[in-house]
Design a protein around this ligand. Structure first.
Ligand SMILES: Nc1ncnc2c1ncn2[C@@H]1O[C@H](COP(=O)(O)OP(=O)(O)OP(=O)(O)O)[C@@H](O)[C@H]1O
Length: 282
């Protein structure tokens, strides 16, 4: 991590202790223990409905745990925590949304957590930098509702980074991005973690685009979880044990492909065929 000020997050950026969450009879996880360090990049993986978004909602203070605690920078998780930047699961802006691309990014700066407002030229410069980092400079003045899903998504990422957050929560931010922009955005988020000491929690169905940036994986499946480095978690033995059935984890040209996940968790976003360029979400 970089040499930035982390005095308000001394030991951990995010701490989850003794956490249990379920809905009705359905348990998403129990006994979850996890400390995320400043600068650490955590990928949250798992099939549809395994509880990835719910995990983010708990960190955001939007969903109470059944038991256990979550702290962000030493304070109990709560709505609107100033240390958090958030890239929500994609929703399209309607065509009549009265914001240009640069206005949207500027909102991330204007809602600045430290109460220091950038004005005039400094504000414009910072917006331009952020637009440039996500490759959105060419459509800075276009109303957001006129942009494609991927173009809008890059703006949301720029907006979330605008406040230089201590904790960045991303809910499938690579959806609808082409391969080049997946790489660019992954690198940008990875850089934010390593150079700014931002703790990143990155929900995704596809680990490959972010693999080089990931420090640890939280893998959720069927009410259970496992945590470790990608090398520890993404193995045939570990995932077979987690799913309770045999799955194969193949490593090919630096990519991880998971084959044979149970039918019940093969719906939704898990596209492509095993071994294809898309691969299967790990
Ligand atoms: N407020 C709620 N009330 C009842 N059930 C809920 C609630 N929120 C989530 N669930 C259920 O909890 C499970 C986990 O949902 P969640 O959205 O966290 O999954 P996910 O892993 O993010 O899925 P996906 O990959 O499809 O986005 C789902 O079965 C969902 O229906």
């Amino acid at each position: 991590m970089g040499a930035q000020d982390t005095t308000d997050i001394k030991l951990t950026a995010v701490s989850v202790h003794g956490a249990r969450l379920g809905f009705g009879q359905r348990k998403l996880w129990d006994g979850l223990e996890l400390d995320i360090a400043p600068g650490e990049f955590l990928a949250v993986l798992g099939a549809n409905g395994s509880g990835k978004t719910s995990f983010l909602k708990v960190l955001l203070g939007l969903l109470p745990l059944d038991s256990g605690t979550v702290t962000i920078g030493g304070e109990l998780a709560r709505r609107g925590h100033r240390a958090i930047g958030y890239v929500p699961q994609q929703r399209h802006f309607t065509e009549d949304t009265p914001l240009r691309a640069r206005d949207l990014v500027g909102l991330g700066i204007d809602g600045h957590k430290w109460g220091i407002r950038l004005r005039g030229r400094a504000h414009r410069k910072r917006v331009d930098e952020l637009l440039g980092e996500v490759g959105a400079g060419s459509y800075a003045k276009i109303p957001v509702g006129m942009l494609s899903g991927g173009e809008q998504q890059r703006l949301r990422i720029a907006q979330a980074l605008a406040s230089d957050p201590k904790v960045l929560l991303c809910d499938e931010p690579l959806l609808s991005l082409d391969l080049n922009h997946q790489k660019a955005v992954s690198a940008l988020v990875g850089k934010q973690a390593k150079e700014h000491g931002t703790a990143v929690v990155f929900v995704t169905h596809e680990i490959n685009p972010i693999l080089e940036h990931v420090d640890r994986v939280l893998y959720l499946a069927g009410g259970r979880f496992t945590i470790g480095t990608p090398e520890q978690v993404m193995t045939t033995e570990v995932l077979s044990a987690l799913y309770g059935t045999r799955v194969e984890v193949l490593h090919s040209n630096g990519r991880i492909v998971v084959v044979g996940m149970p039918e019940a968790v093969m719906d939704g976003h898990l596209e492509g065929t095993p071994g294809s360029e898309e691969g299967h979400a790990a």
